[in-house]
Design a protein around this ligand. Structure first.
Ligand code: BGC
Length: 401
């Protein structure tokens, strides 16, 4: 690793870790995914079940984040819990999430709160999901219910990875038609509905003093490997850029980067046995973060600050996690040195958690025993703690080894 640029992160830079409700809380029984996990169809390999029991053990999770010296923690509020039945928000659940927000403040952690991280209430799915006539009204009612507990919160992600949400709907439709296209175009109807929901949420959130809101994009990082610049740009527009464009003028945009997509002459080049791959089957590509931060900043033309809301690797080899993250953060430092406005880095993920249908891929800095729920801080977490304390020395050490 060469380090030609200075490695410096501005004062107030957020260093944290991310989680999402369905992946860590456990027994999210009112959500659409819980139903899919338990409907007997076997389409999903594993059930989320008790997950990491973070619904009860969140104070322990926050203690770990604090003890590692982090100053930020990203988590999501679960719509299905807050609004278990349409029109009837739960005061007790709102209270629960308020306690988590206050728990962050008590530990010196800046909460980064996501309002929608993939799961919907099962009742919304029954009504037809995001493209049903009432979805926008339901979502704004949910956001309105959450507003009072956001007092003092500075960072709110409205919708996590709208491009993935719209892509998953398109993928389900293709599957129902017996098709498995290599390149899935996100569903335009869902994209339009999510864009309206994001904008409506931002309008409501603007009433909370000091609160910054934005959505997060799953940056696919499409690169030209023979497809030619026009086709590459078209693919990038369909799966990334149209969602980045929505963020022009927002308070921030969340960047979420893991790997890249290679656009070849005959379609996507799927990572094969010759490529180094992660437990997700994705190409091992730590430069993803720098690439996407640069691409996103250029696309936004400086109109919107960035926050890295996810970056990490599914691996069973903790040294590989350290190597990947070190290289990714070094690339981020290079982008910052070139003047790109990035406000923080939140690693995915604090915990080994439920990876949307499977317990196999491990993204966590901390492992969790699935029966006792005992948390064990991994060496990568201790390394991350050192990085947060002294990024320059830690990254240069990594570069030298
Ligand atoms: C999602 C996370 C997920 C991670 C790794 C992102 O798409 O926001 O929920 O666990 O990537 O797949």
């Amino acid at each position: 690793m060469a380090t030609p640029h200075p490695v410096a992160f501005p004062d107030g830079f957020l260093w944290g870790a991310s989680t999402a409700a369905h992946q860590v809380e456990g027994n999210n029984v009112g959500s659409d995914l819980w139903h899919a996990e338990n409907d007997g169809s076997g389409t999903l390999r594993d059930r989320s079940g008790d997950a990491c029991d973070s619904f009860h053990r969140w104070p322990e999770d926050l203690d770990i984040a604090r003890d590692l010296g982090l100053n930020a923690y990203r988590f999501s509020v679960e719509w299905a819990r807050v609004v278990p039945a349409p029109g009837h928000p739960s005061a007790a659940m709102l209270d629960h999430y308020r306690r988590v927000i206050e728990g962050c403040a008590e530990r010196g952690l800046t909460p980064v709160v996501t309002l929608h991280h993939f799961t919907n209430p099962a009742w919304l799915r029954a009504e037809g999901g995001w493209t049903s006539g009432e979805a926008l009204t339901h979502f704004t009612e949910y956001v309105r219910a959450v507003l009072p507990i956001l007092d003092g919160v500075r960072w709110v992600c409205t919708i996590n990875e709208p491009n993935m949400v719209a892509m998953m709907v398109a993928r389900r439709r293709h599957a129902a038609d017996g098709e498995v296209p290599a390149f899935v175009v996100p569903d335009p109807g869902v994209t339009a509905a999510l864009t309206r929901a994001h904008e409506a949420a931002r309008e409501l959130l603007a009433s909370v003093p000091g609160l910054r809101s934005g959505w997060t994009v799953a940056n696919q990082n499409v690169q030209d490997h023979g497809a030619g610049p026009d086709r590459t740009a078209e693919m990038s527009y369909l799966i990334d850029d149209q969602y980045i464009d929505v963020a022009k003028g927002d308070d921030f945009l969340g960047v979420q980067a893991y790997s890249r997509m290679r656009a070849g002459e005959r379609g996507l080049i799927v990572p094969g046995p010759d490529d180094r791959r992660t437990m997700m089957g994705w190409e091992y590509y730590p430069r993803a973060l720098e690439d996407t931060v640069r691409h996103t900043a250029a696309r936004l033309g400086g109109s919107t600050p960035l926050l890295v809301t996810e970056n990490g690797i599914a691996t069973g080899d903790d040294d590989e996690r350290i190597a990947y993250t070190g290289e990714a953060v070094l690339g981020l430092a290079h982008a910052l040195a070139d003047g790109i406005d990035v406000r923080g880095y939140l690693h995915w993920s604090l915990l080994d958690n439920y990876e949307w249908g499977s317990w196999e891929p491990t993204f966590g800095l901390v492992s969790v025993d699935r029966t006792t729920f005992r948390r064990t801080v991994k060496p990568s977490a201790r390394w991350y703690a050192r990085l947060v304390r002294d990024p320059e020395a830690t990254l240069r050490q990594g570069a030298a080894s």
